[in-house]
Every structure is written in structure tokens, then in C-alpha cells.
Design a protein around this ligand. Sequence first.
Ligand code: PAF
Length: 286
Amino acid sequence: MHIARTIPQLREHLARFSRPAFVPTMGNLHEGHLDLVRQARPLGDVTVASIFVNRLQFLPHEDFDTYPRTWDSDCEKLRSAGCDVLFAPDENALYPEPQTCKVHPDPALADILEGHFRPGFFTGVCTVVMKLFACVQPRFAMFGKKDYQQLMIIRHMVRQFALPIEIVGAETRRAGDGLALSSRNGYLSEAERAEAVQLSKTLQAMAQAVREGERDLAAIEARAMRVMEARNWHPDYMVLRRRSDLKAPEAGDALVALGAARLGTTRLIDNLEIDATPSSDEPMTR
Ligand code: PAF
């Protein structure tokens, strides 16, 4: 695996390829990231991953300084998953001057849910992803569906700027008990780790209520919030939205259940696409 530390090094190495398949990450890799690398491999003529903990997407009180940096094991994992090139710039190499030119995604998508609770988060994400795209010039780029809203915003950005990149969304990788794999799971104590699966269980219960024909979505959401609070979580949101734009659904829309909640000091997110489309014979209430 070739390691490039600067933009010129990366460009020089990639000059001989025409269809890079790209997996951007912030490191502390788990099987979910490695799935993305494995799925990228057959798509392009070279598989490129990046590791860069992007200061721009952290709020001042968030975990930028303590975000786990696990360089040796990340390199080992990427090698074994078949990554060809790792782009791992330091802050000075990616942001040699203050990054005052930023990508502000559509507020209708970016100021709700995660963007409401983490203002500026998606501007930070879009800015670094645009810059990484400019460095790697990929033909394909892989993003996990666990970050459902992020995937949707990146797709929208790529479409609006007519970037010649196919965005590929990969299914969420889960632990045996159903907990979505996340770099932040490593913050959980043993007891919290045992409890953490409750987020996905509650999303499943929301999906089940929809499948069973319950029409009052607001009641389903409120029940989910209560279930989480009763178990000492601090939920930011437990909602049912339409998949196409994350707005309040109307009858006939395909749905996704999304949740974000803090357990102790660790904030987790997860989501679940709901297969059953509610029939349109009566309106859904919220
Ligand atoms: O999903 C992530 O790990 C990050 O938001 C990304 C896309 C690598 C940008 O820093």
C-alpha cells in the first residue's frame, strides 16, 4: 500500500490511473470502513482511502482532540482489505492556509436532524469532502448508510456541482447484537456497550409500528423518545422521515427511521429504512 502524505505526492502517484475508487475516513477503522474498501475494489482501477480527522466538522465542545488516532492498526487493516493507496495528510498539508472558502450545503437538508444539533457540521463535512475529491479526483466514492443524512447531502452536493463522481452508499455493518459499528463505540464502558443496542432496537420498534399500520407517526416518535429516556439515554431525536428528502412523510412515501442519542458521554446515531410503504387510503398524522 502506497502512503501519500501530501497533495503533490498523491497526485504524482495517481497520475497513472484514470478511475480511482475512494473511501474517505477519519481513521479508527472498523469492519464497516473495511466493507467500503472491499466494495470499492472492483469498481475502479485503483482503491484509495484517506485518513484525516477533520477539525472543521467538530464543534468546540466535541471530541476533536480525543478522537482516537490508531495509525498502525488502521494501516494494517487497510492493507489486509486490499487498499492500494492511503492519503493521510496532516492539517498543514490539507489546510496550508485557513480554509475560509467553504461548501455550504442546502440548509433544507443540512440544518435539520444532525445539522440542528451540530450546527456547521455538514459545512465542515462538505468542505473536506470537496477538497478530498479535488485531491483524489475519484470516479467512485463510498459512504456508509449509517451516516444517512451525510450520504444524502454528499449526493446532493455532487449533483449540484456536476462532479463526475458516482457516490456509492453501503449498508450499515452491525455487531452481532445489532449495534451499528462506529468509531465512537470505543468510548462506551462495558455496561454502556451492552445497553447501546437499544438505539437500534427502538428504531426497529418504530419500523414495526409502521409496518403494523399505526398511522400516528408523532405518537410513534414520542413513544420512542420515552423508551430511550426511561433507559437513561438523552435522545436528540427519534423520527420517521421520508427517504427522498428527510422531510415529514406523506401517505405513500418510503420511510426511514432515524435516531441520535447520548448514552453517558457518548453520542450515537443510527437509522433503519422501512420496507413497507404505508398505504395512501388515510392520511398519516404527526
Ligand atoms: O464519515 C466520516 O468519517 C467523515 O464525515 C468524512 C466523510 C470522512 C469526512 O471527514
